[in-house]
Design a protein around this ligand. Structure first.
Ligand code: NAD
Length: 313
C-alpha cells in the first residue's frame, strides 16, 4: 500500500514510521524544506526511551513528484488542512481516500469538502510524539491507554480504512475501526480543551496539571462545558470517561502540541480546538464562560510572543 503523509511533523513522522515498519510504502510530504532535507540526508532520527535510531523514510516538498497513492493521511495542524488537501488532490486517484487523525473540529469537514464523503476517513488518536528539530522526533514509552480509532464515512473507503488499521496493528498500535467515531472525537476534544490550553499557559507538562488539585478542577470544569456542547450536538460524549483519563495522565510527561507550539512561538490550534466549540455552543444558546476565558488567554499569548517576559531584567 502506497501512503502519502501530508504534514510530516511530530505525528506524521511517528505514523509514517509505524506504517513503514508494517510494510507500507510511505512518503512523507511537508512544506518545511530543512526538515525534508534532514530526513532525506540522514533518515528520520527517532529517540525512544533514551535510544536513538535513524530510519530511512523518503520525504518530499513537491507532492506531484510521488505519483498517485492508495491512501493519504493528513497530519498538518488543523489550520493547514485546507492547503494540505489542495496538495492531496494532486495524488489522489478516484478511489484514494484521505484519512485524518488530527485534533479539533473542522479538518474532517475540509477533507470531505475536497475529497467527497466517499473518500473521507475520520479518525482520532492519543498516541503522542514530540518534534525535536528538523528530521527528529521523540516517542515516549508505549502506554495501554493509547489508541487509534478510524471510521470511513462511506462504505467505498471501508476497505482502505481496514487496511490502514491492520497496518497500524501490525506495528503494535492499538487501532480499531470505531463504532461511534463522533463520540470518540468529542471526548478527545474535551480532553484537549481541558489540558492543552492550561499546559501552554502555565508551561507545564500534562502530568503536572493533573497532579495539581487546582489544575484538575479547572480541567474538569472545561471538560464539562465541552461535553454539554457535544450533547447539544447529539453526540453522547461521556464526561466521566474524560475525567478518568485525567487520572491516567497524572504520571505523563507529555508536552501537548499547544505547549510545543507556544514554546516555539507558533500559531496554536486554539481555533479548531476551543473556538469551534464556543461557536457551536453559541448556536445552541449554551454559555461557555470558561472556554471563552481560556480562548482569550491563548489569543493574548499568541499575539504577544515577541514581547513575552522571560526574565526579570
Ligand atoms: P507538527 O507541527 O509537529 O507537524 C505539522 C507539520 O505540518 C509541520 O511539519 C508543518 O511543516 C507541516 N505543514 C504545514 N502546512 C503544510 C502543508 N500545506 N503541506 C504539508 N505540510 C504542511 O504537528 P503535530 O504535533 O504532528 O500535530 C499534527 C496533528 O496531530 C494536530 O492536529 C495535533 O493536534 C494532532 N495530535 C498531535 C499529538 C502530538 O503528540 N504531537 C497527539 C495527538 C494528536
Amino acid at each position: 500500500m502506497k501512503i502519502a503523509i501530508i504534514g510530516s511533523g511530530a505525528m506524521g513522522c511517528r505514523f509514517g514510521l509505524a506504517l513503514k515498519e508494517s510494510g507500507a510504502q510511505v512518503v512523507l510530504c511537508d512544506v518545511w524544506q530543512e526538515h525534508v532535507d534532514a530526513l532525506n540526508l540522514n533518515g528520520l532520527k527517532v529517540v525512544r526511551q533514551g535510544y536513538e535510531e535513524f530510519v530511512k523514510l523518503p520525504a518530499v516538498t513537491d507532492i506531484k513528484s510521488i505519483g498517485s497513492v492508495d491512501a493519504v493521511m493528513i497530519f498538518t495542524k488543523a489550520m493547514h488542512t485546507e492547503e494540505a488537501m489542495k496538495q492531496a488532490m494532486e495524488v489522489m486517484g478516484p478511489d484514494t481516500p484521505a484519512a485524518t487523525l488530527q485534533n479539533g473540529l473542522g479538518s474532517l469537514n475540509v477533507i470531505e469538502r475536497y475529497a467527497g464523503i466517499e473518500r473521507t476517513i475520520a479518525g482520532i488518536t492519543n498516541y503522542q510524539s514530540d518534534l525535536l528539530g528538523p528530521g527528529a522526533i521523540a516517542i515516549g514509552e508505549d502506554n495501554p491507554m493509547f489508541y487509534v480509532r478510524l471510521k470511513a464515512l462511506n462504505e467505498k473507503s471501508e476497505a482502505v480504512s481496514k487496511e490502514l488499521c491492520a497496518l497500524m496493528k501490525a506495528a503494535g498500535m492499538n487501532c480499531e475501526i470505531s463504532d461511534d467515531i463522533m463520540k470518540q472525537i468529542w471526548e478527545k476534544l474535551a480532553f484537549n480543551n481541558a489540558m492543552n490550553m492550561i499546559t501552554a499557559l502555565v508551561r507545564q507538562r500534562d502530568g503536572y496539571v493533573c497532579r495539581s488539585e487546582f489544575g484538575f478542577e479547572l480541567s474538569a470544569d472545561i471538560a464539562r462545558e465541552v461535553c454539554d456542547v457535544a450533547l447539544a450536538e447529539g453526540v453522547n460524549a461521556d464526561y466521566a470517561s474524560v475525567i478518568g483519563t485525567f487520572e491516567k495522565v497524572k504520571s505523563s510527561m507529555h508536552m501537548p502540541s499547544m505547549l510545543q507550539d507556544a514554546l516555539l512561538l507558533r500559531q496554536t490550534e486554539v481555533d479548531a480546538i476551543c473556538g469551534a466549540v464556543i461557536e457551536k455552543a453559541a448556536a445552541h444558546g449554551i454559555g461557555t464562560p470558561i472556554l471563552k476565558t481560556m480562548y482569550r488567554l491563548i489569543k493574548v499569548l499568541e499575539e504577544n510572543y515577541e514581547t513575552q517576559v522571560t526574565q526579570l531584567h
